[in-house]
Design a protein around this ligand. Structure first.
Ligand code: BES
Ligand code: ZN
Length: 584
């Protein structure tokens, strides 16, 4: 018996799943999927087969001939869920589990019509990363095991499903439609993804279209019009795009993340719709995952930095190619600020600030932070600086070629890097990044003329001449650097001059609200309350609730806002906010 992933019951001595055939009927009335999962194993075997499940109502397990197979569903464990152990008689290569999901399935959010842009139809979406796929399908829910799949979804006829797979066909039967999909490339289970709602699409380029509710479609198409140029830039950096299509899905506001790199169909928060394409670095990030993450995959949540650190590095290379080094440096500076904040936040748990984490008994959603993103980015930047860009680019290409369609650990990364770039790890003190808390003094510091200009204006009210060329990213950096003891007059003057409370850019707005409220400037309190009812993206909910909860006067406002809006947040976001309020 060997369990290699602390977040899965998978036993590496048992046979691996090769393909999944998944059929599900989407029932909005009961908020359940009525489903059937057929797993085909790489080889026939005899003995126990352990699958991950969470809150699944198992109706039966049969072999390919329909003969019942014995199974035991263990009591749920809080982080892992319930182990489903199926006893395979010798020679069995295929088995089918019939089951229903729970209305509380952790990967699913069921929205009422009032939670959508159109207000007329319900909506359903999945979010499986890191370990929620098991609440939708019983499977070996570890990124070490990749599966190909076919899926069919039965949905109310007036709705459309979309899936992170290739679309095959739609058939209508009475009041329902059945839509068929296929994912021919093997993917880790956390990349299984779908959504159902009133969805339409618009072409953005030969390989991309955007899906959204009709009410939001035109704005989304304008915001993401540059996606084809982005794809070309990414291909020239990292090699051919392997997933045929790069479609985008504009999510309802309660989507808890900025973006999710579901293959062929990236999910994006509607808070990216700023009207000026200023937040498309998130699209670049999810696109970059097509190489780093979806092709070359972390072996478990303990090596999450291999997904995110590489992807942030790749995202900034795409930005640099499209918008120039100054813009990439501004984003690196934002990243460094968020890293310093995360280090401060985890000061009581320094081991969670090493890149290589040890997460037995730790929920990956709770360990989530900017550290794997930004400390990982700094390690890769340090390596790039140490060996020079051309050498590092060659290294990156060979890394992608060697590990494509595989998962790897930090230790394998170290061995590969040592053999490809001898001495480079020692030169940058990689061990300090990988295995020790904090950030080494020697870590690269983003510099640029625009950053220096910003630094000089710290805590002041800049003139119109100062700000006339500022991008929203510069506004965000300026606001995030406001000293805590900045006088109220500065905030009042800033808002009078630049209408920050009215900003359409969600990053600028949140940076403004947090800076102002933290310094005790209460004028934008009403806007903060309103915003907490408009969005469900955790990146915004957490700092806003934190800043409110940390003030005696505003704690009540935070509690009331959560009372009012909490039920509409995604369960992961709700949990995060609950924790903040409980600690206040
Ligand atoms: N894969 C992540 C989102 C994620 C991580 C979901 C862990 C569940 C568990 C995605 O690629 C991501 O990093 N999104 C960022 C985008 C940003 C770094 C540009 C986000 O949501 O803010
Ligand atoms: Zn990412």
């Amino acid at each position: 018996m060997a369990r290699l992933d602390p977040h899965s019951y998978n036993d590496s001595t048992q046979p691996e799943t090769e393909t999944l055939d998944w059929k599900a009927r989407v029932d909005f009335r009961t908020r359940r999927l009525h489903a059937e999962a057929t797993l085909t194993l790489k080889e026939a075997s005899a003995g126990p087969l352990d699958l991950d499940t969470r809150d699944l109502d198992i109706r039966g397990v049969v072999d390919a001939q329909g003969r019942p197979l014995p199974y035991i569903l263990s009591p749920p464990e809080p982080i892992l869920g319930s182990r489903l152990r199926i006893e395979l008689p010798s020679g069995v290569k295929q088995l089918t589990v019939r089951y229903r999901t729970s209305p509380e399935a952790s990967a699913l959010q069921w929205l009422t019509p009032s939670q959508t842009a159109g207000g007329q139809q319900p909506f359903l979406f999945s979010q499986c990363q890191a370990i929620h796929a098991r609440s939708v399908v019983p499977l070996q829910d570890t990124p070490r095991i990749r599966i190909r799949y076919r899926a069919s979804l039965r949905v109310p006829k007036q709705l459309k499903s979309v899936m992170a797979a290739s679309f095959v066909a739609r058939e209508e039967h009475g009041v329902e439609a059945e839509e068929h999909y296929e994912m021919p490339q093997p993917v880790p289970p956390y990349l299984l993804a779908f959504a159902v709602g009133s969805l339409t699409s618009k072409e953005l380029g030969p390989r991309s279209r955007v899906w959204a509710e009709p009410e939001a479609l035109e704005d989304a198409a304008d915001e993401f019009a540059g996606v084809d140029d982005m794809l070309k830039a990414a291909e020239s950096l990292f090699g051919p795009y392997d997933w045929e299509r790069f479609d985008l899905l504009l999510m309802p506001p309660s989507f808890p993340y900025g973006g999710m790199e579901n293959p062929r169909l990236t999910f994006l928060t509607p808070t990216l719709i700023a009207g000026d394409k200023s937040l498309v670095n998130v699209v670049a990030h999810e696109l970059a995952h097509s190489w780093t993450g979806n092709l070359v995959t972390n072996a478990s949540a303990e090596h999450f930095w291999l997904n995110e650190g590489f992807t942030v590095f790749a995202e900034r290379r795409i930005l640099e190619a499209l918008a120039g080094p100054e813009v990439a440096a501004l984003h690196a500076a934002l990243g460094r600020r968020s890293l310093d904040e995360a280090l401060h936040h985890f000061r009581a748990h320094p081991q969670l600030t090493a890149l290589r984490t040890h997460l037995s008994g730790v929920d990956p959603d709770e360990a989530f932070s900017q550290i794997p993103y930004e400390k990982g980015y700094l390690l890769l930047r340090a390596l790039e600086d140490a060996v020079g860009r051309p050498t590092f680019d060659g290294f990156l290409r060979r890394y992608l070629a060697k590990y494509r369609f595989q998962a790897l650990t930090t230790e394998e990364f170290v061995r590969f890097t040592e053999s490809e770039l001898p001495g480079a790890l020692a030169k940058v003190d990689a061990d300090a990044y990988l295995n020790r808390p904090g950030v080494p003094q020697s870590a690269p510091r983003p510099t640029s003329a625009r950053l220096e200009a910003l630094e000089k204006l710290r805590g002041k009210v800049p003139s119109q001449a100062d700000t006339k060329d500022w991008t929203p990213t510069e506004w965000q950096l300026f606001l995030e650097s406001m000293p805590q003891d900045t006088s109220q007059d500065v905030f009042r003057e800033l808002d009078a001059k630049y209408s920050l409370t009215g900003s359409r850019n969600s990053e600028v707005l949140v940076a403004w609200l947090v800076a102002a409220l933290r310094a005790g400037f209460d004028a934008p309190l009403g806007r903060a309350e309103e915003f907490l009812g408009e969005v469900g993206r955790m990146k915004y909910l957490k700092p806003l609730y934190s800043v409110l909860a940390s003030s005696r006067d505003h704690r009540k406002v935070a509690r009331a806002a959560f009372e009012k809006n909490g039920a509409r947040y995604h369960p992961i976001a709700r949990q995060g906010v609950e924790l903040i309020l409980a600690r206040a």
